[in-house]
Design a protein around this ligand. Sequence first.
Ligand SMILES: Nc1nc2c(c(=O)[nH]1)N[C@H]1C(S)=C(S)[C@@H](COP(=O)(O)O)O[C@H]1N2
Ligand SMILES: [Mo]
Length: 306
Amino acid sequence: MKKIPPSAITPEEVYLGRRRLMAGMAGLGAAGALGLLPAPAAANAAPLAAAPWPGSLTGVEPTPELSAISYNNFYELGTRKESPRDNAGLYEAKPWTVRVDGAVAKPGEYGLEDLLGLAALEERIYRLRCVEAWSMVIPWIGYPLARLIEKVEPLGDAKYVAFETFNPEELFPNAANRSLPWPYREGLRLDEASHDLTLLAFGMYGKEMLNQNGAPVRIVVPWKYGYKSIKAIVRISFVEEEPRTSWNMSQPSEYGFYSNVNPEVDHPRWSQASERLIGDSFFPMFNGYADEVAGMYAGMDLRINH
Ligand SMILES: Nc1nc2c(c(=O)[nH]1)N[C@H]1C(S)=C(S)[C@@H](COP(=O)(O)O)O[C@H]1N2
Ligand SMILES: [Mo]
């Protein structure tokens, strides 16, 4: 196979996938073996207009869209990187409602259209860093989760926000796997959830989100490892205690509650001091968002609260 220069911003296997696509369908056999067949659903995604956000990353090309929709983690749809794309048809993203409950003045069922209409959509180009030590640069479409939080008016007891995805054992029992405790659960402290960088995302690459990326609505928390950015959210709860999270329940020693990107705290089974695939050796604290978010952790020992 052709050698890719280390300076290439595009992950090697992804780059090879794109080359195969550009070469027409000739390379499909080999591309299939790499799990990089083009996603048929991509063509069907409806356009979603958004205004550019001034804080977007600059000086770096977004990851090719084909990679971002073909190399995914969404364990409800299977655990291989191509499973979410291949099994995207297991659930319908429309119609959709998100239940908001717990310590808020305005709990309720919020339909997708209500949520979409709540604030102006922005296109935000963020880095996404997976705990598996690979990363992508993705143009998301959404607005700060803070807009929804303001709308539902958290009460004094609300210290944390808990998120849940649908339960695959209920939605598609025949295809459900037991790779994680379902439903997939995540959580943020209220100040983290209200931070301007925390995005409630409905789309990417100028289009509505595809199921493999967490349609119709997910969050994106760019200074934390990717697993905090929970997909296909059906429930948002405002709670007093730190909520349990699926990865932490599954492997407490490996996945902490905070999960801030931190090159100085290694995963027990691999280093976090560098990252695979992206070739520019850019692997900063808080995934590059330290100026914006480090203040929220002042005085905390981030080796303990990892
Ligand atoms: N519900 C749900 N959300 C999830 C996951 C998952 O398995 N289920 N995987 C997480 C992980 S580990 C990562 S790295 C990101 C990947 O997002 P992407 O596939 O859109 O790049 O989604 C996160 N959100
Ligand atoms: Mo991840």
